[in-house]
Design a protein around this ligand. Structure first.
Ligand code: PXP
Length: 244
């Protein structure tokens, strides 16, 4: 069974378009959790065009009202981000190497080049009892120092899988299976998350092919599906896949 964390950034984007509190992302998150989602994810970017840093504490309070549900904050570990995340203490922080103006996360960490930086940052979050996940590409060459960095989890960046899925799903999944087997044998204590461009069509095959994914965080496709099916039905559709 894989946990479903709903990334609510796009709801926040709609809210911000009019400068008021509609839709109310706390209310939407509450519904996601009531309908069975296992967690809420936000990615507060430096320009706060989606989730804002002021959203973090109310979201943490909301998620903490539920047993066994988790709050995950994603982002580039700038000084400001680290300070804000530590003050909120989510269950998990997912570190991404995005430059400040990035449209969306589009690559994973190079753990060789960023070994010292990531080791220090991970230690800081651990000192504050926050689980750390590192966003990574399905490429062994970038994963050299995972044991030294001491991350708890990696989040497999699934863009390539999702974009090649319709052409040839067996080819699309290959590098992910290889990398997950490599991590499992070299760094057996590290657990797996996955995310980016996962949807109702490609999620099942991914989870059948890599059976130990702890959590998927899904935003864009899930929110698009709510236009067609509504929030409750959409969450149930994703849960049917993640809870197999
Ligand atoms: N994981 C990370 C690190 C992300 O930046 C995003 C997008 O904010 C996601 C997962 C979710 O991707 P999507 O919105 O395509 O489902």
């Amino acid at each position: 069974m894989t946990a479903l964390s709903v990334n609510i950034n796009k709801f926040a984007l709609v809210r911000n378009a009019r400068g008021a509190n509609v839709p109310d992302i706390i209310n939407i998150s509450k519904k996601c959790l009531r309908y069975g989602a296992d967690g809420i994810t936000v990615h507060p970017r430096p320009d706060e065009r989606h989730a804002k840093f002021s959203d973090l504490l109310p979201l943490k309070k909301l998620v903490s009202e539920y047993e066994n549900k988790e709050f995950n904050i994603e982002g580039y570990p700038s000084e400001n981000f680290i300070e804000k995340v530590i003050s909120v203490k989510p269950h998990q922080v997912t570190l991404v190497p995005d430059p400040p103006g990035a449209l969306t996360s589009s690559f994973g960490w190079d753990c060789q080049k960023n070994k010292i930086f990531l080791t220090d940052v991970v230690k800081e979050f651990h000192n504050n009892k926050i689980r750390v996940s590192l966003f990574v590409n399905p490429s062994k060459e970038t994963l050299e120092n995972l044991d030294i960095i001491e991350t708890d989890r990696v989040e497999l960046y699934t863009y390539d899988y999702a974009h090649n899925f319709l052409k040839n799903k067996s080819e699309a999944i290959k590098s992910y299976v290889e990398v997950s087997q490599f991590i499992q044998s070299e760094f057996p204590e590290i657990e797996f998350n996955a995310g980016h461009d996962l949807n109702l069509e490609n999620l099942n095959f991914f989870l059948e092919s890599i059976t130990n994914i702890k959590e998927v965080s899904i935003g864009h496709a899930l929110i698009c599906d709510t236009f067609e099916f509504g929030l409750e039905k959409t969450i149930k559709k994703y849960l049917e896949i993640t809870s197999k």
